[in-house]
Design a binder for this molecule. Structure first.
Ligand SMILES: NC(=O)c1ccc[n+]([C@@H]2O[C@H](COP(=O)([O-])OP(=O)(O)OC[C@H]3O[C@@H](n4cnc5c(N)ncnc54)[C@H](OP(=O)(O)O)[C@@H]3O)[C@@H](O)[C@H]2O)c1
Length: 319
């Protein structure tokens, strides 16, 4: 069968012939129909992610993919052996049915950004109805989903910050109350972030970028006096598209209510919560209350599209 194979960290995966998946006790073969290409896949293959593959060659694909079980059930499934292949090994316990009428490729594409946004908003930040949310990196696939889910989960005001003008202009239709351009001077960005906050600190910040945009945001916080106050801004670190490290002045943590936490594998909710979040995300997508753009690409072209900036669209590989 054909699969996207990584032979060395830092190289581009190639579509190659590989052995059929070997099944352990309790596993069955799933025929893969759609597999998203995420930044996690890119970072792991580049060797820059903490969970880069330890054994090579390896079949790529770490997000859930869509496929058909031997009895014909359409599912999103997990496969530790990699999902970017014509077939993969899975277990029923690792599968979630795809709702009728929902396209396989869309279902596969929404899982990673959908559950990530849900986890960050509800599980980590514990968003309450009416609270304000800033999304740093709102023009990415994950950021666009986060803007929509923040509104769905009852956020009062959602401010979307990004660079891509086409996507930024489309965000109000997805629920953003205001947009902020990140590609401007630090002073202008600081001014626009303060303006969008409307004289109060954001309650929740979803951060897909880190580095310079986050540093500028953090510099908008803090009171320059000795009054005793209580405030809380829960900044959830989700991705590091700008820079992997941050300069954080100590005084910001004393003069503001900034609380920084991450959202990822080390602090995930229990499996039943994840399954519920994913099920609700799929339902929202199926009835059109959640929108995302995807681009279907044949698996054979994996090498050519691996590092392509899809400008707010998710590449989905079709075996
Ligand atoms: N922790 C988790 O559970 C989890 C789950 C999903 C995603 N993530 C991570 O979240 C991040 C975003 O994922 P995604 O799927 O949205 O990626 P994506 O669709 O490729 O979007 C990338 C985003 O990063 C922005 N960006 C890239 N470089 C930048 C820079 N130097 N300065 C400012 N903005 C920059 C892009 O802005 P423009 O397009 O406007 O230029 C765009 O908004 C990735 O790091 C991903 O691994 C984490």
């Amino acid at each position: 069968m054909r699969a996207a194979v990584l032979r060395a960290l830092g190289e581009l995966p190639r579509c190659e012939d590989v052995q059929e998946p070997l099944l352990d006790e309790g596993e069955e073969v799933v025929h893969v129909t759609a597999c998203p290409l995420t930044n996690l896949d890119r970072d792991r293959a580049a060797g820059t992610h903490f969970a880069a593959p330890a054994v090579l060659p390896a079949v790529c694909g770490s997000a859930l993919a869509a496929g058909r079980l031997p009895d014909g059930t359409r599912v999103l499934f997990r496969s530790p052996g990699g999902t970017m292949a014509e077939r993969a090994a899975t277990r029923r316990a690792w599968c979630l049915p795809i709702p009728d009428g929902l396209d396989d490729a869309l279902a596969a594409a929404v899982q990673n950004p959908g559950v990530a946004a849900w986890n960050a908003l509800k599980w980590r930040a514990e968003l309450r109805p009416g609270e304000s949310v800033l999304v740093l990196g709102a023009t990415g696939v994950a950021g666009q989903i986060a803007v929509q889910l923040a509104k769905h989960l009852g956020a009062g005001k959602v401010v979307a910050a990004g660079r891509n003008p086409r996507v930024l202009a489309a965000l109000p239709a997805l629920g953003a109350d205001a947009t902020v351009r990140l590609d401007q001077s630090d002073d202008a960005l600081r001014h626009d972030l303060r303006d969008a906050a409307g004289g109060e600190d954001f309650d929740v910040v979803l951060d897909y970028l880190w580095g310079r945009p986050t540093e500028v945001f953090v510099s908008t916080l803090g009171f320059a006096d000795m009054e005793l106050r209580f405030s809380r801004t829960r900044l959830v670190q989700i991705g590091a598209m700008a820079t992997p490290a941050l300069r954080l002045p100590a005084q910001v943590l004393r003069s503001s209510g900034l609380e920084i936490m991450g959202s990822g594998t080390g602090n995930a909710p229990p499996p039943e919560v994840l399954a519920r979040e994913l099920g609700q995300t799929l339902d929202l997508l199926a009835d059109g209350r959640l929108r995302m753009e995807i681009e279907r690409v044949p698996l054979a072209r994996v090498r050519h599209v691996w590092n392509l900036d899809q400008q707010g669209r998710r590449t989905v590989l079709i075996p």
